[in-house]
Design a protein around this ligand. Structure first.
Ligand SMILES: [Ca+2]
Length: 238
């Protein structure tokens, strides 16, 4: 019995090159397709978007390989209000994961989001008639695309919390960048959260952009067929 085992292993290893070539070729094809391209605009919302109340701001621009993005508006039942453009009020006295204004994006079928940056012009008053005490963007991913964000790993990931001690909280030069490293075929929701001493505290958004790229993702069977085709071609040339 003990002599049979090395023999069996020897037989399994007798043909290692062919066994390894197919995954290698499939991997090469996937690497070629997912080669990083310069960051493009995935979606863009701006302050001149019309409407207010519970309606959201319509995206001014978005990537060709994106499903139509949702409007950027108050989460249902959150009490948040869109004052105009991408400016919001109606937040509680502390950051509340249920009180936000947001938007959702997803890539076309057989495509994958590669999100690299959220760039936003946002400012708030810490004094005056509509003060805010903090604000932050967050995102969460519907990993299994079941329309719900309640699964494991689908929780909010929060960016920097801006408070009045930050020099760009309420002054000019309002553009801020949040570097992201999101690669997913799931739907992504971005949210703007804030806290305010009174419900009328307003976060004034000027422009919100998500940057990155969207890549085609071949079906695993298609990748394997491509690899097998490449293998056949190699053999024919020998
Ligand atoms: Ca889910």
């Amino acid at each position: 019995m003990m002599r049979g085992l090395p023999l069996l292993l020897g037989q399994l290893q007798a043909n290692p090159i062919q066994m390894r070539t197919i995954p290698f070729l499939a991997g090469s094809i996937l690497l070629t397709i997912s080669f990083a391209a310069p960051a493009a605009t995935i979606v863009y919302y701006q302050s001149s978007a019309g409407g207010n109340g519970t309606t959201g701001a319509i995206a001014s621009d978005y990537h060709d390989d994106l499903n139509d993005p949702t409007t950027f508006g108050p989460a249902a039942g959150s009490g948040v209000n869109r004052d105009t453009g991408v400016s919001f009020s109606g937040f509680g006295t502390s950051i509340n994961p249920l009180q936000y204004a947001g938007f959702k994006i997803s890539a076309l079928p057989d495509h994958e989001l590669h999100l690299t940056q959220l760039v936003f012009g946002t400012l708030a008053s810490s004094g005056g008639v509509r003060p805010v005490t903090s604000y932050s963007f967050g995102y969460r991913i519907d990993l299994n695309n079941d329309g719900s964000y309640s699964g494991a790993g689908e929780e909010w990931v929060m960016g920097k919390l801006y408070t009045p001690v930050d020099s760009d909280f309420s002054l000019g030069n309002p553009f801020k960048t949040w570097d992201l490293n999101i690669v997913t075929t799931g739907e992504v929701e971005f949210g703007l959260f804030a806290s305010a001493p009174q419900a009328n505290g307003r976060v004034v958004g000027t422009e919100i952009s998500v940057l990155g790229d969207i890549n085609a993702v071949p079906e695993p069977s298609a990748a394997l067929l491509g690899a097998l085709g490449g293998l056949a071609l190699l053999r024919r040339r020998r």
